[in-house]
Design a protein around this ligand. Structure first.
Ligand code: PLP
Length: 221
């Protein structure tokens, strides 16, 4: 199957899951995760009208997106991988949405750099929650999430828009998605970035507004 075929299939599955969940059509956005894939693989998705893309490394995104964007200026680029504080300025030059705000030092760095963005709108920010409390995984722990979201808003003046999570591999994802939705509700956060190739329908059932789908569209990495 081609990228175009797989993209059409994923779109159909998102539509169906949205309807089955009793949610309004179009309420779930697809972030096509193009990490490790080159322009030649990404172009067919752009030609099919896909405009939201996710990348997990600043460096890699910088290498391929400026040229693609010249042809498609309406692309919205989402950073879904960890962000080092010393890469914040570069990240702000590339990304429209950052899904991985997860520590005070990063919140501080963003708060310092955002006012320097001349002409460009501030990025939309999601806090990553390590719902499975996995030591090797980025994200703020579920017990620290409330205080961290508050600190981002009040201490750093950041407009946090939502939450993101990556459930532990080999565990049912639903309880993690439900936990993320509960934390978001408590803070009046409208955006929920959850669900990947293997579990996006479950995420939609539990309220995802953004699903991050890579291999189901572009193939194995
Ligand atoms: C790679 C990646 C995805 C996409 O994963 P697939 O299983 O290929 O759909 C989603 N979210 C994050 C944070 C990723 O790093």
């Amino acid at each position: 199957m081609s990228v175009a075929d797989r993209l059409a299939e994923v779109r159909g599955r998102i539509e169906r899951a949205t309807r089955d969940a009793g949610r309004p059509a179009g309420s779930v956005r697809l972030v096509a995760v193009s990490k490790t894939f080159e322009a030649g693989d990404i172009l067919p998705a752009l030609e099919e009208g896909q405009r939201l893309f996710g990348e997990n490394r600043v460096q890699e995104a910088r290498g391929k997106w400026p040229a693609l964007r010249e042809r498609h200026p309406d692309v919205e680029l989402h950073l879904i991988g960890p962000l080092q504080s010393n890469k914040v300025r570069e990240a702000l030059a590339l990304f429209d949405v950052i899904h991985t705000l997860d520590r005070e030092s990063l919140a501080g760095a963003l708060a310092r750099e955002i006012p320097r963005l001349e002409g460009r709108p501030a990025p939309r920010l999601l806090v990553q929650v390590n719902t499975g409390e996995e030591p090797q995984k980025a994200g703020v722990g579920p017990l620290e999430a409330d205080a961290f979201i508050e600190a981002c808003r009040t201490r750093h003046g950041l407009a946090v828009e939502g939450l993101m999570c990556i459930p532990p591999a080999g565990e049912p994802a639903a309880p993690h998605f439900a936990l993320l939705a509960t934390i978001a509700r408590r803070h009046g956060l409208a955006t929920l970035s959850m669900g990947m190739s293997g579990d996006f329908e479950t995420a939609i059932q539990l309220g995802a507004t953004h699903v991050r789908v890579g291999s189901a569209i572009f193939g194995h990495r």
